[in-house]
Design a protein. Structure first.
Length: 329
């Protein structure tokens, strides 16, 4: 059951618009009945319905002499244009507009590669390829691979982050677009990891290492905390609460654990979890959400980034990986 984003009516079988992501009752489910922003996209930007007959007219006598051949040429040009604009584009096109799922696939492919390297080759090589380490910041590839990597010793880590990305990622992506979402995901993940590592270096913890998409996941949650603070979610798929209580509650716990870690001579980690990276990601998400409130409104993000299927737990669980005492994100 959900409420219509236009009239507020409770609907047992709600409809979710694929264009704007909002939820509607039967009366408002059609795009024209809820002023869907997606209607603005039906302006034929690629010129699919531009027949090209103007070109043949401009050809004047030459086209008249060729007769049927000219008409056939025009038809061929129109057909090629339609094919180009409506082509599926192969396998890659499946991820066009679905950056969330492309990233999710990359995370699991990376995880399988981690298992092969860690258990089949050597943990040392695994660290070189996938773990962002304080004593090896020169391995710039790990700035990216660490965002996609997760602890090979436990499924809880990757499953938790996958749940957050699967349920909440599309809500942000629909509002800002796939390219901006992908850039936001990787940049927030990298900044969260590097921020934790630099803090650890400042505390003298040179053996700290981090890996995981939790920093980017908390950034996504931070965005939705700004856009839809009262959005209902189900913690652990059971406990209903508003997302603002969930995210700020986790942030408060993380902040307390970071302070305790520092007081104990640590580097912002507790229980082999990089809580400081979580806080950095959350702060990035809050800033990004605030900066893009206008974009979210125009895309239906504020008034209608709807629950849809976005009910899920947070993803902090699972022990840390082999990257050192800094733990995982």
């Amino acid at each position: 059951m959900a409420t219509c984003d236009v009239c507020g009516e409770y609907e047992n079988l709600p409809y979710q618009c694929k264009r704007c992501g909002q939820t509607f009752c039967a009366e408002h489910r059609l795009p024209e009945n809820h002023d869907c922003p997606g209607l603005a996209e039906w302006d034929d930007p690629g010129g699919v319905f531009d027949s090209g007959f103007d070109e043949s007219v401009e050809g004047g006598a030459g086209d008249a002499r060729t007769g049927g051949d000219a008409s056939a040429g025009v038809v061929d040009r129109v057909k090629q244009r339609v094919d180009r604009e409506t082509s599926t584009g192969g396998l890659i096109s499946y991820f066009r507009g679905n950056a969330t799922y492309a990233i999710l696939l990359a995370i699991w492919v990376t995880f399988l590669a981690q298992l092969v390297v860690f258990w089949g080759v050597s943990p040392a090589l695994h660290d070189q390829l996938f773990v962002l380490r304080a004593d090896e910041l020169g391995r710039v590839w790990t700035w990216v691979t660490s965002v996609l990597s997760h602890s090979p010793a436990s499924l809880y880590h990757i499953i938790g982050n996958s749940v957050v990305l699967f349920f909440f990622g599309p809500l942000v992506e629909r509002a800002v677009g796939s390219k901006r979402f992908a850039a936001f995901f990787f940049l927030s993940g990298m900044i969260a990891g590097l921020g934790h590592i630099l803090f650890a270096l400042g505390m003298g913890a040179t053996s700290t290492g981090v890996l995981g998409a939790s920093g980017a996941g908390f950034a996504i949650l931070g965005v939705l905390t700004v856009w839809r603070p009262n959005m209902q979610v189900l913690l652990f798929f059971v406990i209903p609460m508003k997302i603002k209580y969930l995210t700020w509650g986790i942030a408060l716990v993380s902040a307390v654990l970071v302070v305790q870690s520092v007081q104990a001579g640590g580097a912002g980690s507790a229980g082999n979890i990089a809580h400081l990276a979580h806080l950095i990601g959350f702060a990035i998400g809050l800033a990004f959400g605030k900066r893009n409130e206008g974009v979210a409104r125009s895309a239906g993000g504020m008034g209608g980034v709807s629950m849809g299927g976005a009910r899920g737990p947070r993803g902090p669980g699972g022990p840390g990986g082999p990257g050192g005492p800094g733990g995982r994100r």
